[in-house]
Design a protein around this ligand. Structure first.
Ligand SMILES: C[S@@+](CC[C@H](N)C(=O)[O-])C[C@H]1O[C@@H](n2cnc3c(N)ncnc32)[C@H](O)[C@@H]1O
Length: 302
């Protein structure tokens, strides 16, 4: 079953590069398998490459020597892949503030609920969120000197047409000018500015996703699972960095951090994390996928 699925996805991956209607064919295939029940799905070409990108992430995890426990932060299509492809017996936790019943793909999600433990609730408290985004400009970030992170930021800063953050920060599109403008806005001397000071309104809006007090849904998972073979980071735009500080030490040596939305200014979710991983002696970046504006990055813990 898993093998057939992977072969199918690979086939569509290749076909979509050559045949403009390959995405439609994949969506029809998903609908037939009851994995995609959206109305008008055959027209939604944008999401298929992202779905395939998730499949690439899951596939890396399937190739680990051991896949006993997986944590997904941000449920949705990716949960369908974990639930369908992971070997029997793998414990899969998927945390999201949105209940499964509220998804337009509720039915396929419920169909994998015997394989994926959907944990509904916030990943963070407001206190944790504010403690991470404390407005300070830092010369150390996520355990590394900011200078090291800055030197590895290049691949994760990519022009993506008009995006909310590009418009808000007035960023240019030409790659060289974009890199200079981003450098100028993010850094002050040797220090990295806090994202909450750069994007205060958006940061404040995302605080709404946080719990007034703990324990959070993520606390519950962390109490139950000591270590993870793979963690898939695809939660909130501003929640991902603090979630990293709570979970990354639980990824076992040889285990994977799989990150989605890794390109700035399309997203602020993971680009700083990816630059840190590229600079870190504790991690090897195995893969950086640039086939969608969102991008995907996979790193293995040494
Ligand atoms: C990009 S979507 C996840 C996409 C999903 N991986 C998929 O395959 O469709 C991000 C999700 O994070 C959730 N989210 C954002 N901030 C959160 C927080 N602080 N706690 C829990 N969930 C949060 C949102 O409800 C949203 O469903």
């Amino acid at each position: 079953m898993s093998f057939n699925w992977n072969r199918k996805l690979l086939k569509y991956h290749a076909a979509s590069a050559l045949r403009p209607d390959a995405n439609t064919a994949l969506l029809q295939g998903l609908a037939k398998a009851a994995l995609d029940t959206r109305a008008g799905r055959a027209n939604d070409r944008h999401n298929v490459p992202v779905f395939l990108q998730y499949a690439v992430g899951v596939n890396f995890a399937l190739n680990l020597d051991r896949l006993e426990t997986v944590l997904e932060l941000g449920s949705g299509y990716s949960s369908l892949l974990w639930g369908t492809l992971a070997p029997e017996g793998t414990r899969i936790f998927s945390v999201d503030g949105k209940p499964v019943d509220a998804y337009d793909i509720r039915e396929p999600l419920l169909a994998v609920a015997h394989r994926v433990r959907f944990v509904t609730g916030p990943t963070l408290t407001r206190e944790q969120y504010r403690a991470f985004y404390d407005s300070r400009t830092r010369t150390e970030f996520l355990g590394l000197p900011v200078a090291a992170l800055r030197a590895h930021l290049g691949p994760f800063v990519r022009p993506q047409g008009r995006s909310f953050y590009a418009a808000t920060l007035g960023l240019p599109e030409e790659p060289g000018a974009l890199a200079r403008a981003v450098d100028g806005q993010l850094f002050r001397g040797d220090g990295l500015r806090c994202l909450s000071t750069l994007l205060p309104e958006r940061w404040k809006a995302d605080e709404e996703f946080c719990a007034a007090q703990g324990p959070t849904a993520l606390d519950g998972v962390l109490a139950e699972a000591d270590s993870f073979d793979a963690v898939f980071y695809d939660c909130g735009e501003f929640s991902t960095l603090p979630e990293w500080t709570l979970t990354s030490q639980r990824i076992r040596p040889g285990g994977l951090a799989i990150l989605h939305d890794v390109h700035f200014p399309k997203s602020v979710k993971s680009f700083l994390l990816c630059a840190m991983l590229a600079a870190s002696p504790e991690w090897d970046v195995l893969y950086h996928d640039t086939t969608t504006p969102q991008g995907l990055c996979i790193a293995r813990r040494r």
